[in-house]
Design a protein around this ligand. Structure first.
Ligand code: HEC
Length: 133
C-alpha cells in the first residue's frame, strides 16, 4: 500500500517537477544519469558559469555580459543574437532544436573550457538564460 501511494504521488508530481523547457528536461535526464545525487539546476550557478573566465575566454566574451543583449563573436566580429528567451523568443523554443543546441554546447565548451560541459553545467546555463526577464 505504501508503495502504491508512493507511485501515485510520484506520477502526480512529475509534471510539476519537470521544468518548462523540453531541451532543458533532456539535460535533466542526462544529469541524473551522470550523477545519482543530482538535485536540480541552478540559475545562480549558471550565471557564474556564464561569466567565468577560463584562460582568456568566458561564455560572456562572445555572448556579451548580459544574455539580453546582442553578442559579438570574439574572432570574427559577427553579431550574435541575445541568448535569453525573454529577449529572443527563438532561443530554446522548440524541442526540435535540441541537436543544434547540443552542437553549439559542444563547440563552445571545447573552445572555452577545452573539455565538454557536463549535463549539470548545460542545464545550469539554461536555467540562468531562462530566468533572465
Ligand atoms: C568564440 C565565440 C563564442 C563563445 C566564447 C561562446 N559561444 Fe556560444 N555561440 C557562439 C555562436 C557564434 C553561436 C551560434 C549563433 C547563435 O546561436 O546565435 C553560439 C550559440 C550557442 C548556443 C546555441 C543556442 C541556440 O539557440 O541554439 C549555446 C547553447 C551556446 N552558444 C552556449 C555557450 C556556452 C555554454 C559558452 C561558454 C562555455 C559559449 N556558448 C561561448 C559563439 C560563442
Amino acid at each position: 500500500m505504501k508503495k502504491m501511494l508512493f507511485t501515485i504521488a510520484l506520477t502526480l508530481s512529475l509534471p510539476l517537477y519537470a521544468g518548462e523547457n523540453p531541451i532543458q528536461d533532456s539535460y535533466r535526464a542526462a544529469a541524473k544519469q551522470e550523477n545519482p545525487g543530482f538535485k536540480d539546476f541552478s540559475a545562480a550557478r549558471g550565471q557564474a558559469f556564464y561569466n567565468a573566465k577560463s584562460g582568456e575566454m568566458a561564455c560572456a566574451t562572445c555572448h556579451s555580459d548580459s544574455p539580453k543583449l546582442h553578442g559579438k563573436h570574439a574572432k570574427t566580429g559577427k553579431d550574435i543574437l541575445p541568448m535569453a528567451p525573454s529577449a529572443n523568443p527563438q532561443r530554446f523554443a522548440d524541442a526540435a532544436d535540441a541537436a543544434k543546441v547540443e552542437k553549439w554546447f559542444k563547440r563552445n565548451c571545447a573552445d572555452v573550457l577545452k573539455r565538454a560541459c557536463t549535463a549539470q553545467e548545460k542545464g545550469d546555463f539554461m536555467a540562468y538564460l531562462l530566468s533572465v526577464k
